[in-house]
Design a protein around this ligand. Sequence first.
Ligand SMILES: *[C@@H]1O[C@H](CO)[C@@H](O)[C@H](O)[C@H]1NC(C)=O
Ligand SMILES: *[C@@H]1O[C@H](CO)[C@@H](O)[C@H](O)[C@H]1NC(C)=O
Ligand SMILES: *[C@@H]1O[C@H](CO)[C@@H](O)[C@H](O)[C@H]1NC(C)=O
Ligand SMILES: [Zn+2]
Ligand SMILES: [Zn+2]
Length: 444
Amino acid sequence: MCYFKFKWFHSLIIFHVLIATPISSLTESSTQLSTNFLDIAKKAEVFDWMVKIRRKIHENPELGYEEFETSKLIREELDKLGIPYRHPVAVTGVIGFIGTGTSPFVAIRADMDALPIQELVEWEHKSKIPGKMHACGHDAHVTMLLGAAKILKQHEKEIQGTVVLVFQPAEEGGGGAKRILHGGVLENVTAIFGLHMVPKLPLGEVASRSGPILAGSGFFEAVISGKGGHAAIPQHTIDPILAASNVILSLQHLVSREADPLDPKVVTVAKFQGGDAFNVIPDNVTICGTFRAFSRKNLEQLKQRIEQVIVSQAAVQRCNASVNFHDEVNPFYPPTVNNGDLHKHFQNVAVNLLGTSKVNVDMPPFMGTEDFSFYQEVIPGYFFMLGMEYDSSEPFQSLHSPYLKINEDGLPYGAALHASLAASYLIKYQQNVARVAGENHDEL
Ligand SMILES: *[C@@H]1O[C@H](CO)[C@@H](O)[C@H](O)[C@H]1NC(C)=O
Ligand SMILES: *[C@@H]1O[C@H](CO)[C@@H](O)[C@H](O)[C@H]1NC(C)=O
Ligand SMILES: *[C@@H]1O[C@H](CO)[C@@H](O)[C@H](O)[C@H]1NC(C)=O
Ligand SMILES: [Zn+2]
Ligand SMILES: [Zn+2]
């Protein structure tokens, strides 16, 4: 695990506590922007431009750390808008800057990668790359962040600090967020916002919650070794199929018997591989799976118990087992935990923009994961879901489905929310600094 990071995590956490605390006391005061960014985002000039960009990215999906064309497209658009950026950060990442160029800094983030899935939707802008598809809506995420950039650039004079645009690679398992952080470009950022489009939430509705919203996850691979031989002469073999089967049953007890029923956890074995013939006992079996929980502590405990159970249960059947968590390739994804003060900020901004009935601030947590959580470990962060339902009368297609369709009419909502959350955060931040300075002055 990446404990080496903790040293600088620690200093950043102290820094953020100092500056983040007073924000909460200001949630009552008005930080409404003078302009309604949703009206602007819906104008043909912005909307048509976004649709064009989204379709272009959709046609050319690229996997994690290979988002070269996507990254180039982003940079070309930023160039046209006159927005300076840093590149490359984390291979294909692009970090843009709008505003004064000075403190305070607030970040808004989009992920750029596609999935190794063959698109099965027949439409004019279907993926042109066999076996790859934007089946998680990251094409829309990139587009909405560019939309926010365009709107914010038009209102740059009103930005009371700097908005940092984070176009990150490799959300789908590659831990792109972690590599962006290693680059140090976000070290002075005091808040970060991210969103995910969801196909089952009506257009223009948002949902989120304060505290844990998505699980953290880890991955394991175990080889259970015995001694192969003739299936009819088991006494001369050590059967790894039976041992692996018992291992899988025992792993199920970690959640059913050892976990607090009110603190959700998941252990799933999703791969079982061994043997080639009906009459030969193989030498070994490989099993792979995932485990999920809502705190790092629970993840660490599960990890330890998974290894113990696999090794000990295999030994009961005279097998040896080795367990690999592939931490370097598949870093532990921490749980996504929303900052409480930013939750209030989100609620204010979203209600102003969309109306109370469109804002669900008490969404149930979900066992999926999101690498946005890496940012939240060092920067107060906030993640929310944006409804981009295509057509409620069609059968529901989840994220990662080859049949996923998204409603492009949702693009202005994401752009406006990103822009409004960031710009009003900076206003609130500055009001707060002024108020704290005023109070200190009074005391003298
Ligand atoms: C963050 O702020 C410090 C102190 O002002 C400065 O030295 C550093 O260069 C800044 N880092 C970035 C990435 O802007
Ligand atoms: C398990 O490991 C021990 C020690 O290396 C070895 O002697 C034994 O043969 C192994 N058993 C199996 C079934 O691979
Ligand atoms: C599993 O068994 C196969 C076939 O005997 C062998 O080639 C392979 O090296 C074994 N793997 C491990 C990790 O022991
Ligand atoms: Zn995904
Ligand atoms: Zn996604």
